[in-house]
Write a protein that binds this ligand. Sequence first.
Ligand SMILES: Nc1nc2c(ncn2[C@@H]2O[C@H](COP(=O)(O)OP(=O)(O)OP(=O)(O)O)[C@@H](O)[C@H]2O)c(=O)[nH]1
Ligand SMILES: [Zn+2]
Length: 207
Amino acid sequence: MSEPKIVDSNGYERIDVFDEAVIDELASNYKNILQIIGEDVNREGLDKTPERVAKSMQFLLQGYKTDPVEILRSAMFKEDYRQMVIVKDIEIYSMCEHHLLPFFGKAHVAYIPNGTITGLSKIARVVDVFSRRLQVQERLTTQIKECIQDTLKPLGVAVVIEAQHLCMQMRGIQKQHSITTTSDFTGAFQKNATRDEFIKLISTKFS
Ligand SMILES: Nc1nc2c(ncn2[C@@H]2O[C@H](COP(=O)(O)OP(=O)(O)OP(=O)(O)O)[C@@H](O)[C@H]2O)c(=O)[nH]1
Ligand SMILES: [Zn+2]
């Protein structure tokens, strides 16, 4: 019998990346940081903050614990459909590995099956697993592409990510409106016509 899933208040499965000892150690280090920046760690509002931040980190970095290949393998179906499948506007929240600040936006993912399809939600889950790690946008884009290509072995995979980086907005260069776009393609998407069709379809608004 499989173990019961632990869910959070939204009903989503909670993945504990760190054990309790690690949470305690993280909390103790965050307490030090609060002290170093000159805060009064004993005031009421900060009482539980070190522990909250430790748990928040656990949530934000939960992607290390899940194998994205297993996610795809859990829902692979034989199907003789060899046209483009696009899951677009998948929201992403990731953490910049340079500043530990969020970057967030949308991922658009397409593949052309070669006898095997996967559950649509699994594409979004793979995006989530890689996003919930310390990342740079380029590597995130490529990891999603490679995981789908290596597991489903489709005729091609395309991944485009558009994101805002808080490390460029709240600090540093402080550019509030710049969006970074990254893309990566395999197989059939290397051809201009196929890639153009994908770009056209992800640019179309349906609402
Ligand atoms: N290529 C890439 N760079 C990123 C990403 N996220 C943040 N960066 C950049 O990482 C770089 C780190 O540069 P450094 O000069 O070492 O750090 P810094 O002094 O904090 O740089 P500034 O942000 O320019 O103040 C910065 O240019 C960031 O904009 C990302 O996803 N991809
Ligand atoms: Zn950054």
